[in-house]
Write a protein of this length. Structure first.
Lengths: 96, 78
């Protein structure tokens, strides 16, 4: 098990209040595989420094989680398949 | 030939060593903005005054932030 921090940029067309449920739905992959989800921080709509897919802004979310490396890989794969996700980044928290 | 006077620039102390930071967070754009020029380029160590290790950490943090569109790759401020 390792600690990760994941940042997800969601489509700005998404309703602000549907963000939380859809995030939970994504994260069921982690919980069903024995991992735990820590802090979920929704930054909300934020201007992008440059356009991604012609979109000037995005909904930023930061999630802390503990899971096996394979689980995280699977989560990332599923997120990238999802149309509502613009970009993701996973960093390990337990380095150094 | 008169030699130009030798200037001894004041030795800058690394900001992160002073604050005893162990991890440079790529999400802290306010802090990272201090280390990029108005064109969006990463400031050199001789300008930023960072130590080797922290300059490296700052550079990777900026690159991570760029990937997530928190900081610009280029900005045409001029």
């Amino acid at each position: 098990m390792r600690q990760y921090e994941m940042m997800i940029i969601l489509d700005p067309a998404l309703e602000e209040r549907t963000v939380q449920p859809s995030l939970e739905q994504f994260l069921t992959v982690v919980t069903s595989a024995g991992g735990t989800v820590g802090k979920v921080d929704v930054w909300g709509r934020r201007r992008l420094a440059y356009e991604i897919d012609k979109k000037p802004d995005g909904i930023y979310t930061v999630v802390e989680l503990t899971a096996e490396p394979d689980t995280v890989k699977e989560l990332d794969r599923q997120l990238n398949l999802n149309e509502a996700v613009l970009r993701t980044k996973i960093l390990r928290l337990d380095l150094r | 030939m008169a030699k130009p006077p030798i200037r001894k620039p004041k030795k800058k102390v690394c900001l992160f060593c002073q604050e005893k930071v162990i991890r440079v967070d790529y999400k802290d754009t306010g802090l990272l903005r201090k280390f990029i020029s108005d064109r969006g380029k990463i400031r050199a160590r001789r300008v930023s005054g960072n130590c080797t290790q922290h300059q490296r950490d700052v550079a990777t943090a900026i690159k991570n932030a760029r990937e997530m569109a928190l900081l610009p790759y280029t900005s045409t401020a001029r």
